[in-house]
Write a protein that binds this ligand. Structure first.
Ligand SMILES: Cc1ncc(COP(=O)(O)O)c(C=O)c1O
Length: 310
């Protein structure tokens, strides 16, 4: 099976989708990307791509922030992606990575007057955080980059150095994930996830103005909590100390799904086990993303793998 990518406006074998070491984005981090999941449904023998148009809307917004001009509409991007997923032929959970970037082979730190390009690849991806029984997190000594520095609502490649510093520090100190605070000390998000607290039967999550990526899983959980469980979400600034008194904490992300956090800074969250509201949201979420809940099928784009190649 030849793996395929979308590169320079056409589908090519993945090993031919290569850029020069002089590429602007490689040197200066001037790209934006998305992470979209396709979830294998064995009964239907199809991959269900989850909330693809919403991911491409955010992709286009990231492009606007970084002054990247790609000619494709959200509909075009969805069609290209469906075709690529089908032709790659994977029969397992996948991750789709669109990336738009400053493609000029040029020295010079700027955004204007450069060529832009788009690439999309697909790769198998199982669980990102091994977290069914809950993960152990720490607050990071690294602070989340502010909107006035590099906007976190845009998924900018260079911004992920901030996440990588925090993640490696956390892992090397024996934790599974880092929780980054804003420069004024409020809870922002994980290295690649949004964060929720359960407090007195409500969900509390940092506001979009606290330098978070405005997560699509975050939105999914807010809607499932309201519509299926009658649970309200409060979006507001969250103090670090609230992490220590929350009844439950969980993280959300396309890669991480809904992951319970059972320990923060070596303190147990609640009774140190996965809480009941987190568990109910996980159960709902995992059925929804695999196209197993008819009520939310409009969030899924089913794609049958084919054996066709280039
Ligand atoms: C920094 C950061 N925050 C939050 C998220 C969660 O966003 P989403 O649920 O749209 O994947 C991600 C994942 O892409 C991320 O990288």
């Amino acid at each position: 099976m030849t793996r395929l990518a979308f590169f320079k406006n056409r589908v090519v074998p993945l090993d031919q989708a290569r850029v020069s070491i002089m590429t602007h984005a490689f040197n200066y981090g001037t790209g934006v990307f998305e992470g979209i999941r396709g979830n294998w449904n064995p009964d239907e023998q199809k991959i269900f791509i989850f909330r693809m148009p919403e991911h491409y809307e955010r992709f286009k917004a990231s492009c606007r922030i970084l002054r990247i001009d790609i000619s494709y509409s959200v509909d075009d991007l969805c069609e290209i992606t469906k075709d690529l997923v089908a032709r790659n032929g994977f029969r397992e959970d996948i991750y789709i990575r669109p990336i738009a970037y400053k493609a000029s082979e040029a020295i010079g730190v700027k955004l204007h007057g450069l060529e832009d390009d788009l690439a999309i690849f697909v790769t198998p991806l199982g669980p990102y955080l091994e977290g069914d029984a809950g993960i152990r997190a720490c607050t990071s000594s690294w602070r989340r980059i502010d909107d006035t520095m590099i906007p976190a609502r845009a998924k900018v490649t260079g911004l992920y150095v901030n996440s990588a510093l925090a993640k490696t520090e956390a892992n090397e100190n024996g934790f599974d994930e880092a929780i980054l605070l804003t420069s004024d000390g409020h809870v922002s998000e994980g290295s690649g996830e949004n964060i929720f607290l359960v407090m007195k039967g409500k969900l509390v999550t940092p506001a979009v103005t606290d330098n978070i990526l405005v997560g699509i899983t975050r939105d999914t959980v807010i809607r499932l909590a309201a519509d299926e469980l009658g649970i309200e979400t409060v979006e507001r600034s969250v103090d670090r100390s609230e992490l220590y008194i929350a009844d439950e904490v969980f993280m959300t992300g396309t890669a991480a799904h809904v992951t319970p956090v059972v320990e923060i800074d070596r303190r147990p969250v609640g009774d140190g086990r996965v809480g009941p509201i987190t568990r109910r949201l996980m159960d709902l979420y995992f059925a929804v993303i695999r196209g197993q809940n008819p009520k939310y099928l409009s969030w899924c784009t089913p794609v049958a793998p084919t054996l066709a190649s280039v």
